[in-house]
Design a protein around this ligand. Structure first.
Ligand code: HEC
Ligand code: HEC
Length: 144
């Protein structure tokens, strides 16, 4: 009885060992999807980050580029978080540049106290900038 148990235990051990060997052999044939070994250094493609600086305008009427992140600032029909810093009533406290007068003129030229509807969706005109290669080539030259 004891002898039989010992034999079956040995058999199990042998099967496990053989299995391990098979797995090890298979592993050496595995091809990784990225085509390199696990311990090989694979440099990532460049990630073009937003530039956080004031930009020179390329022509006098250009809406200035946004020098800070904007992804967390909501703009919809009822809310505009940009105004929390840029509206004339908050800008001083927030140390942000105040909206210029053109943002407070309605389409009939009336001067308003709150930002004009035509200027509500700020990122129609103001966008952030990344130092990334142009997606479409162009021959634009700044005016001087
Ligand atoms: C938390 C306050 C804050 C909020 C919210 C904010 N800004 Fe600003 N913004 C600033 C400050 C401060 C500066 C000046 C940064 C500097 O001088 O580097 C600035 C600069 C700018 C400028 C550059 C102006 C110039 O003359 O160069 C633009 C354009 C601008 N913001 C647009 C926006 C837009 C659009 C939104 C909403 C999507 C927004 N900002 C939300 C604080 C804010
Ligand atoms: C229809 C296009 C347009 C929209 C919409 C618009 N702007 Fe402007 N913005 C401009 C232009 C053009 C200028 C530069 C000339 C000027 O001041 O009118 C400017 C200037 C600015 C300046 C710099 C002001 C200064 O005196 O240096 C800030 C800050 C600014 N905009 C923020 C905003 C914010 C915040 C919003 C949304 C509430 C907004 N703009 C909506 C076109 C736009």
């Amino acid at each position: 009885m004891k002898k039989q148990r010992l034999i079956s235990a040995l058999t199990i051990a042998a099967v496990v060992a053989a299995g391990g060997l098979a797995v090890a052999q298979q592993a050496s044939n595995v091809k990784s999807l990225r085509g390199s070994q696990v311990d090989e250094y694979v440099p990532l493609e460049d990630n073009y980050r937003q530039e956080e600086k004031r930009f020179v305008r390329n022509y006098r009427q250009q809406p200035p580029l946004v020098p800070h992140q904007i992804d967390s600032y909501q703009i919809d029909l009822s809310a505009n978080q940009c105004l929390a810093c840029h509206d004339w009533s908050n800008a001083g406290e927030r140390g942000a540049p105040t909206l210029s007068m053109t943002h407070y003129l309605d389409r009939d030229g009336n001067q308003l106290d709150s930002v004009a509807g035509t200027r509500w969706f700020c990122n129609q005109c103001h966008v952030p900038q990344a130092e990334a290669p142009a997606l479409v080539d162009n021959t634009f030259n700044p005016s001087n």
